[in-house]
Design a protein around this ligand. Structure first.
Ligand SMILES: NC(=O)c1ccc[n+]([C@@H]2O[C@H](COP(=O)([O-])OP(=O)(O)OC[C@H]3O[C@@H](n4cnc5c(N)ncnc54)[C@H](O)[C@@H]3O)[C@@H](O)[C@H]2O)c1
Length: 256
């Protein structure tokens, strides 16, 4: 295997691993030799994913809104495998397209609890473990909506901008301790978050895809593999001097 994509014996923690990017990441890391701790709020889903993998994988119920659940995932990695090399804070939820002035307080609380608190709680315990062992890699899943305006998605945009703030701050604090922290910022991608969602009530999925595609130079949405491939590269054992970055994978949107 090319050493740049060889994850043999690396211990990788992934939140939101029952679906979409998290599920595909679990398959890609496992195929490259990693030992996994997978968490998701959806118990059957995460257990099914773990049972399909070629290598060792522990499946856990983890609601990232709860700090004790995030801590338990880190403890499981240490207890089962003795280390935590890579943590991917991927669990997230999206809001329906809504004009700013109609922002709903319940949606604000849900978005912040999962997309911001969930990443913060995860990082807190991952950083402690990585500091103790003197190395580690954290990859947070932000969004194109974390880098620039996301019309009709104000709350989601705020939550994903916050993920970049957490990423940069932890990167600066922990760089000298051997821990790298980066964020990936995908444009709309054909995972269940988009294909099965209530993102735009009243629109068919073809209408939604066509309207979302218009804003990016490639004039299409991403396939999940196109994002997950970049996530693997960001976690690569050969990627040793990059930290504190928010990497757009957006079909050219951020170049406009
Ligand atoms: N698909 C896109 O267009 C897109 C674009 C940019 C960023 N993202 C981000 O990528 C990440 C993964 O999204 P996806 O597209 O794979 O979506 P998805 O809906 O397919 O998967 C998200 C997973 O997170 C889990 N989850 C939800 N709430 C949780 C909680 N409280 N605790 C633990 N797990 C929880 C779900 O059960 C699900 O398995 C999210 O952070 C999302 O915001 C997605």
């Amino acid at each position: 295997m090319d050493p740049l994509l060889d994850y043999s014996d690396k211990v990788v923690l992934i939140t939101g691993a029952a679906s979409g990017f998290g599920e595909l990441l679990a398959h890609e890391f496992s195929a490259r030799g990693a030992r996994l701790v997978l968490g998701d709020i959806y118990e059957n889903g995460v257990e099914t994913v773990a049972s399909q993998l070629p290598g060792p994988a522990a499946a856990m119920v983890c609601d990232v809104r709860r700090e004790d659940n995030c801590q338990a995932m880190v403890e499981a990695a240490i207890e089962l495998y003795g280390q935590l090399d890579i943590a991917i804070n991927n669990a997230g939820i999206v809001q329906s397209l809504t004009p700013f002035e109609d922002s709903d307080s319940e949606v604000v609380e849900q978005q912040m609890a999962v997309n911001v608190n969930g990443v913060l709680y995860g990082m807190k315990h991952q950083l402690r473990a990585m500091k103790e062992q003197g190395n580690g890699v954290i990859l947070n899943v932000s969004s194109a909506a974390g880098l620039a305006a996301a019309p009709k998605m104000a709350i989601y945009a705020a939550s994903k901008h916050a993920v970049i703030g957490l990423t940069k701050t932890a990167a600066a604090e922990y760089a000298k301790l051997g821990v790298r922290v980066n964020a990936v910022c995908p444009f709309f991608t054909l995972t269940p978050m988009v294909t099965d969602s209530n993102l735009a009530p009243g629109k068919t999925s073809a209408e939604l895809e066509s309207s979302l595609s218009r804003s990016t130079p490639m004039k299409r949405l991403a396939n999940p593999e196109e994002i997950v491939n970049v996530m693997l590269l960001l976690c690569s054992p050969g990627n040793t001097f990059m930290t504190g970055q928010a990497i757009a994978v957006d079909g050219g949107l951020s170049a406009l």
